[in-house]
Design a protein around this ligand. Structure first.
Ligand code: MG
Length: 176
């Protein structure tokens, strides 16, 4: 008595699903950390536009994390904030850093798809519905990142080309 939460009650989300959602919440924060680390790396290379793009990407990931947070809270499930893994600080080149971002997004896509499968298995329709936004978002994320990688490859060692690409990436607008 006294220590019980006022609005307790059962969550609609199974223990297995809650654990998986908390893990994804953590992984979205790692994405944010990784992209901020890549942004800082681009700053050291004087690629301000690349840095801006990655910093905005980092901020997007914080919003993704909060979507999982809100879904857990709204489902009367427990949020468990875990330690965020430390990202690297160095990459071999501007291209290598972007390639790591792309590789990471592909992993995120797999884990989102695993969550969808689990929600189907657990007959968790609300979580399934919430995840559909992420399924679509991942298609966009992979496309955007891969398009830029192709541009960096096309530019190659052309300094002027890199300068133009850097300006272009610096013009990224906040998505609404
Ligand atoms: Mg994300």
């Amino acid at each position: 008595m006294g220590l019980e939460r006022k609005c307790g009650g059962e969550s609609m989300v199974s223990k297995k699903m809650v654990d998986a959602l908390n893990k994804q919440l953590n992984s979205e924060y790692y994405s944010s950390y990784l992209y901020l680390a890549i942004s800082a790396y681009y700053e050291t290379m004087n690629l301000g536009g690349f840095a801006t793009w990655m910093r905005m990407q980092s901020e997007e990931e914080l919003k993704h994390a909060l979507r999982f947070y809100e879904h857990l809270v709204d489902s009367n499930a427990r949020v468990k904030l875990m330690l965020i893994q430390q990202p690297p600080t160095e990459w071999k080149s501007a291209l290598a850093a972007f390639e790591e971002a792309y590789k990471h997004e592909r992993n995120v896509t797999s884990s989102i798809h695993e969550l969808v499968s689990l929600s189907t298995k657990e007959k968790d329709h609300a979580t399934y519905e919430m995840l559909q936004w992420f399924v679509k978002e991942q298609v966009e994320e992979e496309k955007n990142t891969n398009d830029i990688i192709q541009d960096i490859k096309r530019v190659g060692d052309d300094g002027t080309g890199l300068l133009i690409l850097d300006r272009e990436l610096g013009n990224r607008k906040v998505e609404t």
